[in-house]
Design a protein around this ligand. Sequence first.
Ligand SMILES: Cc1cc2nc3c(=O)[nH]c(=O)nc-3n(C[C@H](O)[C@H](O)[C@H](O)COP(=O)(O)O)c2cc1C
Length: 235
Amino acid sequence: MGRRVWKPGNMLYPLPAVLISVADRAGNANLFTVAWTGTVCSDPPMVSISVRPERYSYHMIEETGEFVVNLTTKSLVYATDYCGVRSGRDTDKWREMKLTPLKGEHVQAPMVAESPVNLECRVMQRLELGTHTMFLAKVLAVHVDERYLDAGGSLHLHDAGLLVYSHGRYFGIGKELGTFGYSVRNRSGGKGPVSSRRTAGGKEPLSSKRTAGNKGTVSNKKRYDRKKTTGKRRR
Ligand SMILES: Cc1cc2nc3c(=O)[nH]c(=O)nc-3n(C[C@H](O)[C@H](O)[C@H](O)COP(=O)(O)O)c2cc1C
C-alpha cells in the first residue's frame, strides 16, 4: 500500500476540546468550544486558544483580555458539542446545558462548575494568523474539583473521564499505557533503559494502582523534570 499526499490542512489529532467561558465588560457571560488550544509555556504557565473573529465570544475576549479554559469530560460531551454549534448571540448556552457558573478569583468570566479543572487566563499577546486569531494567555489560577484529590492532596485527573476530540469525533481516554518517562526508568528506580522491557510491541503498561504516593501524570512529569533523567530539559 502506498501513502497519499494531501493538500496542506489541519490533521494534528487528538486534541482536547475545551469549553471556553468568557464575559463582556458588562458581565454578560458566554461559553463556546475550542479544540485549537494548547499548552505553550511552563513558566510562566501559558496556554493558547485560536478563535475565529466571527465567533460571538471573540469580542468578549478582545474587550476584557480574559477567559477561562474549562476541561471537558465524558459527561460534558453533549454540552461540549452543543456549545460548539450554537451561538451565544441567540442562545443562553449556560441555561440550555444546565451548566453552573462559578465565580473565579482573577477574571470576570465565570468558570464551569461541572468541569474538573478550570484555568483562569489573561491574554498576553494576540496573533492574527489568518482565519483564526491566536490568543496567548497566562494562567492566573488553576481550580481543581476536590473530588479528584486524595487525602494527600494529589490529583487523580484521569478519574474525571477526560474528553478527546479527534478528526471530527469525540472520544474518552483509553487505557493507561505508561507514565511520563517510564521508558527510561526501571523498577528499582534506576535511570537506564531496561532492555527486557523494550519489547517490539512495547506492551508493558505500568500499573495504574492508586496508592497514597501515586501523584498522577502531572506529578510524574514534575518529578521527572526535577530528576532530569535524560540530562536535558525537555520542554
Ligand atoms: C469540537 C469543536 C471544536 C471547535 N473548535 C473551535 C476553535 O478552536 N476555534 C473556534 O474559533 N471555533 C471552534 N469551534 C466552533 C465554535 O465553538 C462555534 O462556532 C461556537 O458556536 C461559537 O460560539 P459563540 O458564537 O457563542 O461564540 C469548535 C466547535 C466544535 C464543535
